[in-house]
Design a protein around this ligand. Structure first.
Ligand code: ZN
Length: 107
């Protein structure tokens, strides 16, 4: 089911290490929420030229909801070009665009 690199031992190890380092959802944290992370996602998609096995800086922990929403919004070929991916927030802690509907537009 899982595709490369997610089916590799390297990725499994990296994922667990990232979750141990950042056990909370990154996106929720930026929004002032606490949610346990269950998934690790690439900040820069592999298909966009990202490193499959980046350092922690190139990864982010996400809770199930955020991961699903991100996956639905981004990892689809017909939407990949929209650039909506992580519009409004970045790894440097800049505010998330309040108009971004990535989280369903709530709050
Ligand atoms: Zn989340």
């Amino acid at each position: 089911m899982a595709e490369w690199p997610y089916n590799t031992r390297n990725w499994q190890r990296l994922r667990l290490a990232k979750l141990a380092e950042n056990p909370l959802c990154h996106a929720c944290e930026l929004r002032g929420r606490i949610a346990p992370a269950v998934a690790v996602d690439h900040v820069k998609a592999i298909k966009a030229g990202g490193d499959p096995f980046p350092s922690f800086d190139g990864l982010m922990s996400l809770c199930e909801r955020c991961h699903n929403e991100k996956t639905n919004a981004v990892d689809r070929p017909d939407r990949a070009a929209s650039g909506r991916r992580f519009k409004g927030f970045d790894v440097h802690g800049n505010p998330i665009d309040p108009g971004d509907d990535w989280h369903g537009g709530g709050a």
